[in-house]
Design a protein around this ligand. Structure first.
Ligand code: SF4
Length: 218
């Protein structure tokens, strides 16, 4: 019976999943300092990690993607790559000034560092230990109005029991706040876009309106 009740609570109150066991007295600035200096994955990666995230405690939108690309790792600016161009200019239709305004977006990911290249192509999977350690606390501490979750891996982590396609085409709730789920905007995802034309034709304009509303652009 107890196991059933716990499962019921975990499924219906996803907020509980993101209450970390960390130091409750940590300030937001202390959290940012700790993430910025984190080197937990140095040995696993084989190079010096560069944790990349951007925003402040009261950013209106918390955007959670998968992991920075190599270009983002090198430049230090999130979504400063072909994926970011599609996301910012085609889907959101906003300028860099709006996207990188910390009042607007808190930009983070399930892994805060580029995880290296996989020998068979593409990037290595994002280390979920990063999400368990840091993203959980960011979700607790950032006082956002809307979540945008980007990519199948991020969606699987945050909504483990739901179909990725279903999540994309409906309005969701995370931590008792509205949550939008997007496919990854990478040019490598072209097959998914071709197989789901309704996403860019119908869903993207709906999502754009929600974002503009939260940012006060309408
Ligand atoms: S990926 Fe996350 S846990 Fe690993 S070094 Fe970067 S910030 Fe630390």
């Amino acid at each position: 019976m107890l196991r059933f009740v716990r499962k019921y609570i975990e499924e219906l109150l996803p907020r509980d999943k993101y209450v970390s066991n960390g130091d409750k007295t940590m300030s937001f600035n202390e959290l940012k300092d700790q993430i910025t200096t984190c080197q937990d994955c140095k040995q696993k990666f084989g190079f010096t990690p560069n944790p990349i995230f951007h925003g402040k405690e009261r950013s209106k939108i918390m955007q959670i993607s998968q992991a920075p690309s190599k270009k983002v790792h090198e430049t230090g600016l999130p979504f400063n790559d072909p994926s970011g161009a599609k996301l910012k200019y085609q889907w959101y239709q906003i300028t860099d000034d709006i996207f990188y305004d910390e009042d607007n977006f808190y930009i983070t990911a399930i892994a805060h560092c580029f995880p290296g290249k996989h020998p068979k192509g593409g990037d290595n999977p994002p280390p979920l230990a990063c999400a368990n350690k840091w993203l959980a606390r960011e979700i607790e501490m950032v006082d956002n109005q809307l979540y945008i979750i980007i990519g199948a891996r991020a969606a699987k982590y945050l909504f483990p029991n739901e179909s990725f396609e279903d999540l994309i085409f409906k309005d969701n709730t995370l931590n008792n706040k509205p949550a939008i789920v997007l496919p990854h905007p990478s040019p490598l995802n072209i097959r998914w876009f071709k197989a789901h034309p309704a996403f860019e034709e119908k869903r993207v304009p709906e999502i754009r309106e929600i974002i503009r509303d939260v940012l006060g652009l309408t």
